[in-house]
Design a protein around this ligand. Sequence first.
Ligand code: GLP
Length: 232
Amino acid sequence: MPFFEIIHVDSQQQAASHAIDRLTNDLNANSLNRLGLATGSTMIPIYKSIIESSLDFSKVTAFNLDEYVGLAPTNKNSYAFFMKEHLFSKKQFKNTYIQNGLAEDLELECIRYENKLNEHPLDIQFLGVGENGHIAFNEPGTSFDSVTHVANLTDSTLGVNSQYFDKNENIPTRAFTMGISSIMNAKKIILLAFGEKKRVAIEALLGDEITEQFPITVLKRHPHVTVITDIK
Ligand code: GLP
């Protein structure tokens, strides 16, 4: 029987404490060695709670979902920078992996990353969701069979992302992203979604349809999903 749990919370702080409980259980049971991580404002309270906790990740290898094509890890808008700032500079991990935004050969970088993932199957993958239902940067229409690839970002995503970039900065229009199939290989998925802007995505996840036009709906085929949300 698949496991699908939805936990309704009133605050992001409550959400973080549920996430910490899951991590604690699996670390104590020695069943958390490889952790998939996400970026975005949704994850910030989770990372803050992880840092404040006594949880030991020194034997855990982390993989990130995605990275902008063309951004160096020193660029404040890169996801490598985000992860360093919000987690990796304050909590020790065994190893951390993220796609190389500056890779010259994009295809080779995707293959390299997917191979790394296959060598280290993920025990837990954290996910946020885009307003258009994307997971990682798998935009509507992405094949459910996709592995790590370069995604062309949609206008909706570019619009949401533009808030983080200075006016005179070019917003990257492409990103490396784990594919839907790469994400579905994780043993457990914990998806977090807060705020009215995510209602459409959460309602699609709870509805009957499974469609590539709404990537989040693929999670209904996953054997172990926890959704933590304030959307009721
Ligand atoms: C980006 C990331 C996604 C993330 C989403 C939500 O699109 N690629 O992985 O889920 O942002 O971001 P936020 O948490 O800021 O709403």
